[in-house]
Design a protein around this ligand. Structure first.
Ligand code: HEM
Length: 402
């Protein structure tokens, strides 16, 4: 089924998310290698994240100015910051000028729409049983989905074209500065697997997978914070005791901020960002719980069943960061916390996402106070369904803590 969707949307099995076999193996390995070279999980990538965080704080501070607080819709600030980080990694630049931010804002809306539509039954019917795409109740939505898909693909292609203009310079340096450069250098060595079409869909997959996921988790962290006053007190107590107001939190603080880590874990568990995960294919006949699943079946291993398993997480619908702290006050590792999935297809961007979540969430709460506009009307935790769940737009007050 995925193969058929790929034929329609991608002219074949291209990219990394909906691909398996040799192409998937080679390109996943190459991407992980490039990410490692760029300092993923280490200082170099942290520097890039801290730099983008600095831009975000400058913008917020400018908005606050001498006012006591501002009332804003905070999502876009976080979305641009997360997009800048992934863009730096893939394309070597971020969106800092007004026009660039406006361009990104349009693309961001397109990606959000793509993620919502990707799980609509009408779209999947149209993709799976092609004659259905001409049915009047399916056609407009189906066409809209294709338009959305093509807009993201064209954006990725534009980035490749921009890099190709400087290809000889890139080759002469032999020190790629971003993923596209690294890929083009590999292609120039004559590796036939490294085609431009494959690159466009690698970028498509990274761009779609690397933005909404992290940005929505961070935005939900604000919502869980607003909805849980006791949690707010504990976070501020820990930040004041361990960090103070005079410096930026770095990755080296991670092990000291037990409650903040527990909070992020509980946000990821509660958000359950990819509730139905991604589709997988069985390579052999397998038996699960007494049921035979035939070779070549499409399956969706639902993360929800584990993240909301009450045997592991009692009262799963309650927001309780404490469930990740043991009797000795240490962070408790619970193996069933698997928001990035497990196994060979586990999230490729996990290290980057973990760094982003920790650095952005901890530093934001250390610098700013967040309050609802109306204490009797706290923004909703409701989720808009999609491949990744999305928060409902909301406004809140932001003020500086120090
Ligand atoms: C909070 C943030 C994130 C969450 C919760 C998340 C979660 C996931 C999940 C559940 C999967 C499916 C794994 C499976 O098929 O079993 C996945 C796959 C993937 N993610 Fe993430 N992700 C996040 C951030 C990112 C980032 C920042 C990137 C980009 C660098 C990324 C790139 C990918 C890719 C490329 C795949 C497909 C991997 C493959 O099929 O081999 N993700 N992610």
């Amino acid at each position: 089924m995925v193969g058929k969707h790929n034929d329609i949307l991608r002219d074949g099995d291209y990219g990394v998310i909906f691909v398996d076999g040799d192409r998937w193996r080679e390109h996943r390995r190459f991407a992980l290698q490039v990410f490692r070279n760029f300092g993923m999980g280490r200082g170099l990538m942290e520097e890039k994240i801290q730099l983008e965080l600095g831009f975000m704080f400058d913008e917020l501070n400018e908005m606050i100015g001498t006012k006591k607080s501002i009332t804003i819709e905070p999502s876009s600030i976080f979305e641009v910051t997360v997009a800048n980080i992934i863009n730096q990694l893939l394309f070597g630049y971020g969106y800092h000028q007004k026009e660039e931010k406006e361009k990104f804002s349009k693309m961001k809306d397109i990606v959000a729409k793509y993620m919502r539509m990707a799980v609509w039954p009408t779209i999947n019917l149209g993709l799976s049983f092609t004659p259905l795409q001409y049915f009047p109740f399916i056609k407009p939505k189906y066409d809209d989905f294709l338009k959305t898909h093509n807009a993201i693909f064209n954006y990725c292609n534009e980035q490749i074209k921009m890099h190709q203009k400087n290809l000889s310079e890139i080759m002469s340096k032999n020190e790629p500065q971003d993923y596209v450069e690294a890929y083009l250098c590999e292609a120039a060595k004559g590796n036939e697997q490294f085609t431009e079409h494959q690159l466009a869909y690698m970028l498509f997959d990274f761009w779609v997978a690397g933005q909404e996921t992290t940005a929505n988790t961070i935005i939900f962290s604000l919502l869980y914070f607003l909805n849980n006053p006791k949690v707010q007190t504990k976070i501020y107590e820990e930040l004041d005791t361990v960090i103070g107001c005079d410096r930026r939190i770095t990755l080296s603080d991670k092990t000291s901020l037990i409650y903040v880590n527990a909070f992020i874990n509980e946000v990821q568990r509660s958000v359950n960002l990819l509730p139905i995960n991604l589709m997988h294919r069985t390579l052999n006949d397998v038996k699960v719980g007494g049921f035979l699943i035939k070779e070549n079946s499409t399956i969706t291993p639902m993360l929800s069943a584990i993240l909301y398993d009450e045997k592991v997480f009692p009262e799963p619908r309650k927001f309780k960061p404490e469930r990740f702290i043991n009797a000795n006050g240490e962070l408790e590792k619970i193996d069933e916390l698997i928001p990035f999935s497990i196994g060979k297809r586990q999230c490729l961007g996990e290290s980057l996402a973990r760094m982003e979540l920790f650095l952005i969430i901890s530093n934001f709460f250390n610098q700013y106070k967040l309050a609802p506009i109306d204490e009797t009307n706290i923004p909703s935790l409701e989720k808009i369904p999609g491949l990744t769940v999305q928060p409902i737009n909301f406004e809140c007050k932001i003020l500086k803590r120090f």
